[in-house]
Design a binder for this molecule. Structure first.
Ligand code: SF4
Ligand code: SF4
Length: 432
């Protein structure tokens, strides 16, 4: 233990605050995750990633850096991780999902800002997150206004590369800009690492990340079963925690979990009974340890079976599929993949509506939760179209806007309870 504390100190971590963070992580695992009944045994690995990521994974990364390698911190699905790994670096996710660092952030940032932005910033300026401290460079992107302005402040702490995202990417102009931005990022990574990104290295890296996306897609597809073999809490947790694990290892562990879930599906074993109300959650991302909505919904007996979000299907619903082995063909395939991300920051964004509608059918959901983080204008406004879409389809939908505190938990619980009653009454009236 004393060795790891010394390591945290060398990274400049504020030990008192960090201890409090570890305590809060331990307690939410106990209070939200571990109390679930009948969990898949293979979830033990992912639970341990939460509690041990600052112990076991960290020394691996410190050794990696000691050998002259680089670590790139990222915040968004738009960060082209294939290029990062092709440059011989490792990418770590730094998106904040905890309330804990927000007090530090609010000493600088305005209070009326998305909690994800404040939490991410607070982790850095409060010296709470070792992954931030380890990062040699941060990669951001011009998605929402709050994030991109926050990046200007982060740049004063750690060198930052900001990718300019075309907000209408499916035009010839948008694709040209994406390609240029990928080339610039590639050059910046080569400069940072001293490694040339060759077509061979990029191809290997694309395969590595495609494998990870395929494993997560397999996990997601298994949730189509009635009953779903895994709770929404556990599935979301896997998505959240595996992003900072060793890529090859986490991919293998997700497949091991899926093997167990396959068996549960064959035997009709579910996380809930087969009559549980099946819910789709769509909207703002939920990053670790934000499990609030899922834990409330599932404590009421519902089953969250799919998340249309960056902490869900948006990460793995498309692979990078090169049509050749040249650098040009590989970069074109990256443009195809990244220009297709249907974040609410894109305008217009018809593919998200189509996608969320398709998911509601494929996962046989009974209702939709349109989830928005407070002050997330992009998802909040786009939520109007989502609500209109499902109204036309006669699919029950509830809007939930929330933050990372527990203050609104009782209110959300009451609203979800009424929503589930409405869904059940609707189903019963159809049967009569
Ligand atoms: S919601 Fe948009 S801005 Fe946020 S992580 Fe996803 S792609 Fe990035
Ligand atoms: S949740 Fe919304 S406001 Fe927050 S960082 Fe993502 S896009 Fe921006």
């Amino acid at each position: 233990m004393s060795g790891i504390i010394e390591l945290w100190k060398t990274l400049g971590i504020d030990i008192d605050k960090h201890n409090k963070l570890l305590q809060s992580q331990g307690s939410y695992i106990k209070e939200i995750v571990a109390i679930q009944k009948n969990r898949p045994q293979k979830m033990a690995y992912f639970d341990s990633l939460v509690t041990e990521s600052h112990f076991k994974r960290l020394p691996d990364l410190v050794n990696f850096k000691a050998q002259g390698n680089k670590i790139v911190g990222a915040f968004c699905l738009y960060a082209p991780e294939e290029l990062v790994y092709a440059a011989g670096a490792v990418m770590v996710g730094l998106c904040g999902g905890a309330q804990f660092p927000i007090a530090d952030a609010e000493t600088i940032l305005p209070r009326n800002l998305c909690p994800l932005i404040k939490s991410s910033f607070g982790f850095k300026i409060g010296r709470i997150c070792p992954y931030f401290q380890l990062s040699d460079m941060l990669v951001g992107e011009t998605t929402c206004d709050g994030k991109k302005k926050m990046y200007e402040l982060l740049n004063e702490e750690t060198p930052m590369h900001v990718i300019e995202i075309p907000h209408n990417p499916n035009t010839p102009h948008g694709r040209t800009l994406w390609l240029k931005e990928l080339e610039l990022f590639k050059e910046r990574l080569e400069e940072l690492t001293g490694n040339k990104i060759t077509p061979e290295r990029l191809k290997q890296s694309i395969d590595l990340i495609n494998n990870r996306r395929a494993a997560l897609k397999r996990l997601s597809d298994l949730r189509r079963a009635i009953p779903s073999p895994i709770s929404g809490i556990d599935a979301l947790l896997v998505n959240q925690v595996s992003s900072n694990d060793n890529l090859g290892r986490s991919t293998a562990k997700i497949h091991e979990l899926c093997d167990e879930l396959d068996e549960r599906v064959r035997n009709g074993v579910g996380a809930t009974g087969k009559d549980a109300v099946r819910l789709l959650v769509t909207g703002s991302p939920m990053t670790l340890p934000n499990l609030k909505l899922h834990s409330i919904a599932e404590s009421l007996g519902a089953s969250v079976v799919v998340e249309e979000s960056c902490s869900g299907t948006r990460y793995f619903n498309r692979f990078v599929s090169p049509k050749g082995d040249s650098m040009g063909a590989l970069l074109d395939a990256l443009v195809d993949r990244y220009a297709a991300i249907n974040c609410a920051c894109v305008t217009p964004n018809p593919s998200r509506l189509q996608n969320v509608s398709d998911l509601s059918c494929v996962f046989k959901v009974d209702g939709v939760i349109n989830y928005t983080l407070q002050y997330c204008h992009a998802f909040n406004v786009e939520g109007v179209k989502i609500a209109n879409l499902f109204k036309k389809q006669d699919m029950p939908l509830i809007n939930v806007e929330s933050d990372y505190t527990r203050e609104d938990s009782a209110q959300i619980r009451t609203r979800l309870e009424a929503f589930l009653e409405l869904i059940i009454a609707k189903a019963e009236s159809k049967m009569n």
